[in-house]
Design a protein. Structure first.
Length: 85
């Protein structure tokens, strides 16, 4: 959810600056927030990945599942599907 807030708010700022153009603000907003999205995803993957070091099997499974979900969300959805083609 936080990725979407970063991404859409930056796109909205660029849209207001451009005066109604839609293609350029989307590309500029994505380029400007790429590092932020990547850093936030990496932090969350590391935190959830640390659950794998726990002793309980259920916690390990949650760690793998959540880390994998964040990886797919950050790479596939936010970087590939969200930008306009």
């Amino acid at each position: 959810m936080d990725y979407q807030v970063f991404l859409v708010s930056r796109m909205h700022e660029e849209y207001i600056k451009s005066g109604g153009d839609t293609a350029s603000p989307c590309a500029t907003g994505l380029a400007a927030t790429g590092k932020t999205i990547t850093a936030a995803a990496l932090i969350m993957i590391l935190v959830f990945g640390s659950f794998i070091l726990g002793g309980n099997r259920v916690i390990k499974e949650f760690g793998i599942g959540l880390a994998g979900g964040i990886l797919v969300d950050a790479l596939l959805i936010r970087m590939a599907i969200v930008p306009p083609s």
